[in-house]
Design a protein around this ligand. Structure first.
Ligand SMILES: Cc1ncc(COP(=O)(O)O)c(C=O)c1O
Length: 466
């Protein structure tokens, strides 16, 4: 079918979408008026929409398609598993080979502290499971008072009914009665907006001091855990100084609270090594992963825990009593088979490719610092951002009425490139780890054109203050 033949179908789908499909994290009424961008195909780094428009995906779907689109061996792994055993419950002691092999593989490749794996349907469920297991853990060890959770401002930990309160972004709270009284935040380690930019140690020390102060305020016997992303993704790709994660880990240990690292975005080579924890030798008590685990080809996540946490839960329950946490699709064999194949691809070249092109990505972002709109460029591995400002010296943002993020999103779409235009004028990038140097050439050409086109609007130009 040609694309012009497809158009009437797309128009019908457009109407049905507006009428019936509720979109995640979207303004519902605005979506009805605007309509969807319907994607119909993908190959390599390219997406195609229903009108045949080709888009270079500089965001790996939603920071997940780390191996790129069209990996035939992944499709094959799913098809073979569907033919052989499309479903197996993990309840009642049932199991399946892909789930067992995946649990073993994850224990091998994650930090040595993590020995047990609960396989979930994605990141939000991994966070939710972590919270439930932590509550169970403290009750089991006879410290039921430890019920408070601390996370970072601007952090994102999914949108489950509890996890959305660890997320510290206002739209996830408004109207949802969150955060809970047991959920608290400390400031982000944000080098661009720090009091003394460039003083990495001061940023690390401030975070450690804030965690200590928050624990002291709540009472040491009341705090269960500290949750953090090694690099804050949805909060605007906030890249803390090297050494920050390790310092926070040590602080949590000294404070006798569990240290939970959310590697849903940073895992599986996104920042260079397999996990961001690896770069600093960090050994968390629990870790959550998803996205890159299956590269988005099918849903799956995982909650990993230390033997200490596992044993306390296992032995704390009355003999023979089940631990009441699970879902029909926990440890789904098709998702596990896909994850195993995706992990094979990472280990057989994709991770190394991501590491080798990271300097090209970094240079491309840094070069855009010369653009009149760009105030900051930050990155680690293939995770990065540009922050747009109206005044480079004062770092002032833009009047919301200008809707710079909306302009960036619409213009980039026209120019055939997809990235994330965050509400506060931050542009997020997470290209697939399969990008080549020439892919980056094309990506930065389109990105620069997009910035130039947005700047060409007289009202944007007028908003710039020298
Ligand atoms: C750090 C982090 N944690 C948790 C989640 C939630 O994952 P999911 O969207 O798969 O539920 C996300 C999703 O973006 C994330 O970035």
């Amino acid at each position: 079918m040609t694309h012009s033949e497809a158009l009437p179908q797309i128009a019908a789908l457009d109407a049905l979408d507006r009428a019936h499909l509720i979109h995640p994290v979207a303004p519902w009424r605005m979506h009805e008026a605007r309509g969807p961008n319907i994607l119909t195909g993908a190959q390599g780094i390219w997406l195609t929409d229903g009108r045949g428009h080709q888009l270079l995906d500089a965001f790996a779907g939603l920071w997940c398609v780390n191996v790129g689109y069209g990996q035939e061996s992944v499709v094959q792994a799913a098809a073979e598993q569907m033919r052989k055993l499309p479903y197996a419950t993990g309840y009642f002691h049932f199991s399946s080979e892909p789930a067992i092999r995946l649990a073993d593989k994850l224990v091998q490749i994650t930090p040595a502290s993590l020995q047990h794996v609960y396989l979930t349907l994605g990141g939000s469920e991994s966070i939710d499971a972590a919270v439930r297991f932590i509550v169970q853990y403290y009750n089991a060890i006879g410290k039921p008072g430890k019920k408070h959770f601390i996370a970072l401002e601007r952090g994102y930990h999914g949108s489950s009914s509890t996890g959305a309160g660890l997320t510290a972004l206002p739209v996830f709270h408004r109207g949802f009665d969150l955060p809970l009284p047991t959920q608290h935040y400390i400031p982000s380690p944000n080098p661009y907006r720090a009091a003394n930019p460039g003083d990495d140690q001061a940023i690390i020390d401030a975070s450690v001091a804030a965690l200590k102060a928050k624990v002291a305020e709540l009472g040491a016997d009341s705090v269960a855990a500290f949750f953090c992303e090694p690099i804050q993704g949805s909060g605007g790709v906030i890249v803390p100084p090297q050494g920050w994660l390790k310092a926070m880990r040590e602080a949590a240990r000294a404070l006798d609270i569990l240290f939970v690292v959310d590697e849903v975005i940073t895992g599986f080579g996104r920042t260079g090594p397999m996990f961001a924890c690896d770069a600093e030798g960090v050994d968390p008590d629990l870790m959550t992963v998803a996205k890159g685990l299956t590269s988005g080809y099918v849903p799956m996540g995982a909650t990993l825990m230390s033997d200490k946490v596992y044993a306390a839960i296992a032995d704390g329950a009355p003999k023979g009593a089940p631990i009441g946490h699970g879902a029909t699709y926990s440890a789904h064999p098709v998702s596990a088979a896909v994850a195993l194949e995706v992990l094979r691809l990472y280990e057989e070249g994709v991770l190394v490719n991501g590491q080798s092109v990271a300097p090209v990505f970094a240079q491309g972002l840094d070069d855009l610092m010369a653009h009149p709109l760009v105030g900051d460029s930050r990155h680690r591995g293939l995770l990065g951002a540009l922050e747009l400002v109206s005044n480079k010296a004062s770092k002032a943002g833009f009047d919301a009425a200008l809707d710079l993020p909306g302009r960036m999103a619409a213009t980039s779409y026209r120019n055939g490139i997809v990235f994330r235009a965050f509400g506060d004028n931050i542009l997020g990038f997470a290209p697939a780890l399969t990008f080549t140097e020439s892919d980056f050439g094309l990506m930065f050409e389109r990105l620069k054109r997009t910035l130039d086109d947005v700047l060409a609007a007289p009202e944007v130009r007028a908003a710039l203050k020298d």
